[in-house]
Design a protein. Structure first.
Length: 299
């Protein structure tokens, strides 16, 4: 019985991977990738396949939806390799149905800010015991010129400076961050086993031992999520390109996975319409594809 179940599971996985491969090689998606990346289109297509074949959760989703979410990252020129931390396609349960969702990483938000050409510096950082020397309540700036004494985390800072000289900083203590995570993150909000205190202890433990291997989310990599939170907040005070607005809109929607669909229907946002992309992909036939566009700059 167990062997039969394993055989069925393996066959289903093989079929799902083949279905996803057929979608990626569909004339519509190939044309889209070529228009975005030129001669490097194959590199992104390969990364899509690697993402899908290495993630059992994504294989439980509709392959068309996975491809559409990956194409949101492509449209923003953000690589989806997990190790790079620029963009992720994660799985949420939408009324019990596994649903893929594109989420930009904090490094992706930084990349998009830098591309505007208006930021001299944009960076999140961790504040450790001994580094914090004071807080200016009027400016909101903190003095972190002290020497680090241990790996004990005090808080997190998001900072940017524009080429024109304007500077902005957002500081959240570790307690503030734990409260934010517990009250705002869908994966934690209704989890009775997770409290603000357990998150506090987890953050300190990961500061000493490192995040969970190959993990994502607050419980697996608290520091990465905290950095994204302060970067997301501080960028509200800076100039935004259309790409940045799109990425932040997608990020904010993903913070409440159950409300993603309603939010897209109720608000006009500069977001790529995944459903329309899927429909177009199904309607386009290979013979209808026009001549390949000229190569664009390297990805």
């Amino acid at each position: 019985m167990a062997e039969n179940q394993l055989a069925v599971a393996a066959q289903n996985k093989k079929q799902q991977i083949k279905a996803f491969n057929d979608i990626v090689n569909n004339a519509y998606y190939q044309n889209q990738l070529k228009s975005l990346f030129g001669k490097n289109a194959g590199t992104f297509a390969t990364s899509m396949m690697e993402l899908y074949t290495s993630n059992a959760d994504l294989q439980q989703c509709d392959p068309k939806l996975v491809a559409a979410e990956a194409m949101k990252a492509a449209a923003l020129h953000l690589p989806i390799q997990k190790s790079l931390g620029r963009a992720h396609v994660v799985v949420f349960k939408n009324k019990g149905i596994p649903t893929p969702t594109f989420i930009p990483g904090w490094k992706g938000l930084v990349d998009l800010a830098v591309r505007t050409g208006q930021y001299l510096t944009v960076n999140p950082t961790v504040v450790y015991e001994g580094e914090l020397r004071g807080v200016d309540k009027l400016s909101g700036f903190i003095d972190i010129s002290g020497e680090k004494e241990s790996n004990k985390v005090l808080g997190y800072v998001g900072y940017f400076e524009l080429i024109g000289g304007f500077k902005k900083m957002v500081y959240m203590t570790l307690k503030d961050m734990c409260h934010f995570a517990k009250t705002k993150a869908p994966s934690l909000k209704y989890n009775q086993k997770v409290t603000e205190q357990t998150l506090y202890e987890l953050a300190q433990k990961q500061a000493e031992e490192g995040p969970a291997a190959d993990g994502m989310g607050w419980l697996a990599n608290f520091e990465s999520m905290a950095k994204k939170t302060v970067i997301r907040r501080v960028l509200d005070y800076g100039p935004m390109s259309i790409e940045m607005q799109t990425a932040i809109s997608l990020h904010d929607q993903a913070e409440n996975a159950e409300a993603i669909r309603d939010a897209e229907n109720l608000e006009a946002r500069p977001v790529i319409n995944a459903s329309q992309m899927m429909q177009d992909a199904e309607e386009v036939k290979a013979e209808e594809v026009k001549e390949e566009p000229e190569d664009k700059p390297d990805f």
